[in-house]
Design a binder for this molecule. Structure first.
Ligand SMILES: [Zn+2]
Length: 236
């Protein structure tokens, strides 16, 4: 098919410029991902520590509530003891008081343990938070560099895309559609030069009659094997 080879090659060159910039942007992603992974790991450890501390705090509060209600009940028993007249009833209340006192002692010991556990859990939270802060600090300069590089490449992509779109407008619509259809396939480029009588992409020999069309200059032929457009490289 007859084409204006120069405008097609111009479009391809500008397409490659866009793609190169996009590839450079993609190349930054693994670095960003690894920073994110390290930070979220530190945050997850801190969140787990916070959860443990929260549970320890609830346990302590629960014990406090229970101890308080035991105390209220003991106080009531003491008051009852003051008003009873019979010795039998009095000794029954005394026995209740003793029993409840031993329960209270156990609960208080348990409360002390829970307070220690809470303190320990809060220490672990503080340590885990320090790791989060430290990770952020260590990552800061690399993140700044990556953000600057990202912004720069994004600007470059925007500019290159504008240039590419302007070049595409120079192409006849049906030709442009064919060009884009080829790019949607496996070949990274739509146009390849003839190389020693073969397609420059897949190296399948181009039949002689088609090769002659190409050799004439302003014509391209679709490769029968891979579908790219083959043209004559003027430098060859
Ligand atoms: Zn081919």
């Amino acid at each position: 098919m007859q084409v204006d080879l120069d405008v097609l090659l111009d479009l391809q060159e500008k397409d490659i410029a866009v793609r190169n910039a996009e590839d450079r942007l993609k190349a930054l992603q693994p670095k960003i991902d690894s920073l994110d992974a390290a930070l979220s790991e530190a945050k997850a450890a801190r969140d787990r520590a916070r959860e443990s501390a929260q549970q320890a705090e609830e346990r302590r509060a629960e014990l406090e509530g229970r101890i308080e209600s035991y105390r209220v009940m003991q106080e009531r028993r003491r008051q009852r003891l003051e008003w009873v007249s019979g010795a039998k009833e009095a000794s029954a209340i005394m026995a209740e008081l003793d029993l409840a006192r031993s329960v209270l002692v156990k609960e208080e010991a348990e409360w002390i343990r829970s307070a220690d556990q809470l303190q320990e859990a809060e220490k672990i939270v503080a340590e885990a938070q320090a790791v989060v802060d430290q990770t952020k600090e260590v990552q800061a300069s690399e993140r700044d560099e990556l953000a600057a590089a990202t912004a720069e490449i994004e600007q470059e992509i925007a500019a290159a895309t504008g240039v590419r779109d302007a070049a595409a407008q120079q192409i006849e619509p049906r030709m442009l559609e064919l060009y884009r259809r080829i790019l949607r396939g496996r070949a990274p480029q739509a146009l390849y030069p003839l190389r020693g009588g073969a397609c420059g992409h897949c190296y399948t020999a181009v039949p002689l009659h088609r090769r002659q069309q190409i050799e004439n200059g302003q014509a391209v032929e679709a490769c029968e094997a891979c579908g790219v457009l083959v043209y004559k490289d003027r430098a060859e």
